[in-house]
Design a protein around this ligand. Structure first.
Ligand code: DGY
Length: 437
């Protein structure tokens, strides 16, 4: 274990570009929003100061409307598509920041968890380190509030208590079967030509297809045409879904941030607002859940229909809580049973992104089946927080067994345990560091 931790910290140092850690050295040579939060979780046990720098870099790219963009581009680094010249946010979006180049969409709001971990670790240190963390919180509290407020308002246009996304990339689970129907309704128009960079680095069989990429790029084109304007996106985008997993993460993050706000004596009105959002969005998640199994669903705003898939999205209520006790127990049984972690052919008892018994399951295709270590980490952290120590411990033990191959892969084949996608993925190393920290 100490050797694995040493390798993980060596990896993060190798991916460190100075004030940001690239998500992965070749495939993702920039800063991604939710990657950065998880990276900060992994940096915190190594250096609270460096973890703070990571979040500072991300937050200095925050948009004027409060959005944290999904990519902050490293200066002068090529090799990723779509890059700054495809997004052109500074030219087209009035809300884009003056500073670094960014993309024009967002990603799951896991950042409060990173702040929590930074504060946890800072308390193990002396006065100087504690002061660094507390000063960071003082300085960035307003920005964290602006981020949550933007999600709560701009991204819940129907006031359903669920976060609306206008691009599958915003879910972080780009090509999950969750979005197949919604993408089927995206009719690609006059798309300027492009060349993918990802399949130069990773076996195309482990990445989204060209057909999917056309749709991804078409949505970017639609966003450009309306200047990335929150109000116009809601009416013009051909892809619009209420993401139950992101909503659950948001409800959780609001609760975590509210707790931090209480501990560190932030304004009462902010803390109250955070608890209100937590309640409201938790209710939005629970309203989608099957009354017997507790499994949650996404909603397609364009087709006006529910999206029920056998994917991680089903388990959203486990992240934010709020189910009746008996229903929660059946959802936990589903999570641990033969359709997910307990499938008899799994190499490790970890949640696959899509159930192996689903017709949509593909063991090696990105979010259509592989196990993502960062998801195992998220569930293990939340389970510990919710008082399920044994379950949390099991995920950690299995996650560490999987990581024992030392590749720090982005995702793994659930059956063979083969490492897939990008190797040296920063957030995989971060998960390991937190588990061993
Ligand atoms: C990618 O490029 O694959 C990312 O997931 C999009 O953000």
């Amino acid at each position: 274990p100490t050797q694995l931790a040493a390798r993980a910290s060596y990896l993060l140092r190798g991916n460190d570009l100075g004030t940001m850690t690239s998500a992965a050295p070749k495939l993702y040579p920039h800063m991604w929003s939710w990657d950065a939060a998880f990276v900060a979780v992994g940096l915190a046990p190594l250096s609270v100061e460096r973890a703070v720098v990571e979040l500072d870099t991300l937050l200095s790219a925050q948009w004027r409307n409060g959005m944290i963009p999904h990519i902050v581009f490293a200066n002068g680094v090529d090799g990723y598509f779509p890059g700054p010249s495809r997004w052109e946010c500074r030219r087209l979006a009035t809300n884009a920041p003056a500073g670094p180049d960014t993309s024009g969409i967002t990603q799951p709001p896991v950042h409060a968890i990173a702040v929590q971990r930074i504060l946890d670790h800072s308390r193990r240190h002396g006065r100087t380190t504690r002061a660094v963390a507390a000063e960071f919180l003082d300085r960035r509290w307003v920005d964290l509030m602006r981020w949550h407020r933007w999600l709560a308002h701009a991204r819940d246009p129907k006031q359903h208590g669920r976060i609306t996304l206008y691009h599958g990339w915003e879910s972080g689970m780009d090509n999950s079967p969750r979005w197949d129907r919604a993408y089927a309704n995206v009719v690609v128009g006059d798309l300027p030509p492009y060349r993918r960079a990802d399949i130069d680095v990773v076996d195309p069989a482990q990445r989204p297809s060209d057909r999917e990429y056309d749709r991804y790029l078409w949505l970017v084109e639609q966003m450009r045409r309306c200047g990335y304007d929150d109000f116009q996106l809601a009416s013009t985008m051909s892809f619009a879904v209420e993401d139950v997993f992101v909503t659950a993460v948001f409800a959780l993050a609001c609760e975590v941030l509210a707790g931090i706000g209480e501990d560190y004596r932030m304004p009462h009105a902010d803390v109250r607002e955070l608890y209100e959002w937590a309640d409201y969005f938790r209710a939005g998640v629970i309203a989608t859940a099957d009354p017997r199994s507790g499994a949650a669903r996404d909603f397609d705003l364009r087709a006006d229909e529910w999206i029920g898939t056998e994917t991680l999205a089903m388990f959203a209520p486990l992240l934010c809580g709020g189910l009746p006790r008996a229903t929660e127990r059946s959802l936990l049984r589903l999570f641990e049973g033969p359709r997910f972690c307990g499938h008899p052919d799994l190499r490790y008892a970890l949640p696959p992104s899509t159930s192996p018994v689903s017709k949509d399951f593909r063991p090696r295709e990105y979010w259509r089946g592989p196990v993502w270590p960062v998801m195992s980490w998220l569930f293990s952290w939340v389970f510990a927080r919710r008082g399920w120590a044994e379950r949390s411990f099991m995920l950690r033990a299995e996650g560490l067994r999987q990581a024992g191959d030392g590749s720090f892969a982005e995702y793994y084949d659930p059956f063979t345990g083969d490492p897939l996608g990008s190797m040296q993925q920063s957030w995989t190393a971060a998960a390991v560091l937190d588990w061993l920290g």
